[in-house]
Write a protein of this length. Structure first.
Length: 481
């Protein structure tokens, strides 16, 4: 009932944007709406399927035992930041491919992707080794007993999927750079469907295999990630457009110059994702001292926000593709229009979700838990989430557009300031201390998020306006509308 408005909203979205905003723009802007929605729709499904693998692990481990559930939860808190950081670095391939594709330089696409694979090989093995040393982190956190065994076994197993994740991200960037987002959607859905029976077999020990509990979730996800890689490789090679670049012919050795360019663009993105995800992990750790009810309420609200965030996040990737493509074609004025249209769409989507959080917070919380105490905490946090959700959508979409311009260092500094200098310190002061009045608990941290995300949205939108205008002024044609 709560989500019944969403399909109708998406059907009416093009008309809403056209009627309210696009009368100010040219026909090119209307085309950008169509392109962004075509690119974003499969990405939303893909992201939900990827999140569904973690959700499946959690639900199926919980049905096995509380120890298995706790082990998967603790292990996931290490797996997710490392995996997202790895993907963030390799996302640098997308704008390079998009710009080369826009310029019609297909041979350059081939060299970029080959260097991306070299980088993915090194980073995939390196990050796998880091995650398999999770015992060091558990020692620092003083985690022991059966939960420690399940958590460490989970991370050591799922770490084997990181090389596949790295190579998969390069192939995904190749497809996205060519405006093809459906292959990613298809393989994500198939991987999710494979993950469910693999979990069942490995958690409970069927077909002569040992009963692994939560550790089985790690092996199931690792296997699914390798299947996902081979499926996307097959779809990519079957596609005539990608086949024409003869990806695996005349393989080049590692090129320090190209690898350096990819790292220069990708490292800020990877670290920015690490900063953002680690901040939410730290908030959960701080709140753990306040009791299970507060933690559960925080998790309910955070789960709904994460689900809502998939929409602007998919639009962010679509903007990276479109802005990079238009810049490659030598049309920075169209890249600027694409960025403007993307921000408008993000704002419309965020306003809908914000309205749901303001009007139906109790119903949303009730979808996750029957506990009235947990619902009460979640409802108070959903009101705060409604305040910062529009800012959150704008900042992630602006960052996506800036990636298309190959501008990542300043956005990284903005994220660092917003989350670690403003959001987390302010949240800790308000939530855990009496420096500015009585400690507010979870609400204090979420007020910190409001301040941090609002700062990020303002600064990133300003940066996008400056960079997009500068690219037009520096264009050889210097065309403005």
């Amino acid at each position: 009932m709560v989500f019944g408005f969403i399909p109708g909203f998406f059907l009416s979205l093009p008309g809403l944007i056209e009627g309210v905003v696009l009368n100010r723009f040219s026909q090119a802007a209307r085309e950008e709406v169509r392109q962004l929605l075509i690119l974003s729709a499969p990405l939303v499904i893909s992201l939900l399927a990827q999140s569904g693998m973690t959700l499946t692990d959690t639900l199926m481990a919980g049905r096995h035992s509380d120890i298995s559930l706790a082990g998967v939860a603790v292990g996931s808190s290490l797996w997710m930041p490392i995996m997202l950081s790895l993907m963030g670095i390799l996302m640098a391939v997308t704008p390079f491919v998009a710009q080369a594709f826009g310029a019609g330089r297909y041979r350059e696409v081939k060299w970029i992707v080959q260097q991306g694979f070299w980088l993915s090989l090194v980073l995939g093995v390196l990050f796998m080794g880091i995650l398999q040393q999770s015992g060091f982190v558990f020692d620092l956190l003083d985690i022991s007993g059966p939960v420690r065994g399940q958590a460490q076994g989970y991370t050591e197993a799922i770490a084997w999927g990181l090389p596949a994740t790295a190579a998969f991200q390069v192939l995904r960037s190749l497809n996205e750079g060519f405006h093809q987002t459906r292959p990613y959607m298809l393989v994500s859905l198939v991987a999710l469907l494979c993950n469910i029976p693999l979990n069942y077999i490995l958690i409970y020990g069927h077909f002569g295999l040992p009963e692994l509990g939560g550790v089985g979730c790690g092996w199931a996800t690792a296997i699914s990630l390798w299947l996902q890689l081979f499926m996307l490789l097959g779809l990519t090679l079957m596609d005539r457009r990608r086949f024409r670049i003869k990806l695996f012919r005349h393989w080049r050795r590692p090129d320090p110059r190209r690898l350096g360019a990819l790292l220069q663009l990708g490292l800020p993105m990877g670290v920015a994702l690490l900063i953002e995800t680690s901040m939410f992990s730290l908030i959960a750790l701080f709140l753990a001292t306040l009791g299970a009810t507060v933690v559960a309420g925080h998790q309910v609200a955070f789960s709904f926000i994460t689900l809502s965030f998939m929409l602007p996040l998919s639009l962010s990737t679509a903007l990276t593709i479109r802005c990079g493509y238009q810049l490659g074609r030598g049309q920075p004025e169209l890249a600027r229009i694409s960025a403007q249209v993307g921000l408008v769409i993000a704002l419309f989507i965020a306003c809908l979700t914000t309205l749901l959080m303001f009007l139906l917070p109790a119903q949303i919380a009730g979808l996750y838990t029957d506990s009235l105490a947990v619902q009460e905490v979640a409802v108070s946090l959903l009101f705060l989430a409604a305040i910062f959700h529009c800012a959150d959508a704008l900042q992630v979409v602006a960052a996506g557009a800036l990636r298309g311009y190959k501008d990542t260092r300043i956005p990284f500094l903005v994220v660092l300031m917003a989350f670690w200098i403003i959001g987390l310190p302010l949240g800790y002061i308000l939530g855990m201390t009496d420096l500015l009045g009585a400690a507010l608990g979870a609400r204090g941290f979420w007020i910190g998020l409001i301040a941090g995300l609002s700062s990020a949205a303002l600064l990133l939108c300003w940066r996008l306006a400056v960079i997009s205008l500068k690219s037009i002024e520096e264009s050889p044609l210097n065309i403005t509308h």
